[in-house]
Design a protein. Structure first.
Length: 100
């Protein structure tokens, strides 16, 4: 059962990372980093969920949901801010506007 959870979670993390690369390619680092982070996050999420549920609660669906959740959080940490288009640069927070 644990092997099925690990394989399924790894595949779900890979699928989530692949979807993120397709949709948000400009805002993410290299594809290899994103794919590895998605799989590792999903495996850690499966381990965390399996440990939190404890023995006797081998719920495959709950483990998969936990793995997808942690993988999504890890992938969201890789996102860069969207590029600004057409805006003037911001002033320093404590700068005084000049009069002249």
């Amino acid at each position: 059962m644990v092997l099925m959870e690990a394989l399924g979670s790894g595949l779900l993390g890979l699928a989530l990372a692949g979807a993120a690369v397709r949709v948000l390619a400009k805002r993410l680092p290299s594809t290899r980093i994103v794919l590895v982070s998605g799989v590792v996050g999903a495996l850690f999420g499966a381990y965390l969920t399996h440990t939190a549920l404890g023995p006797g609660h081998n719920t495959l669906l709950a483990t998969f949901l936990g793995s997808v959740g942690v993988s999504a959080v890890v992938l969201s940490l890789l996102l860069r801010p969207a590029a600004r288009s057409g805006r003037s640069p911001r002033r320093a927070p404590l700068s005084v506007a000049s009069r002249g």
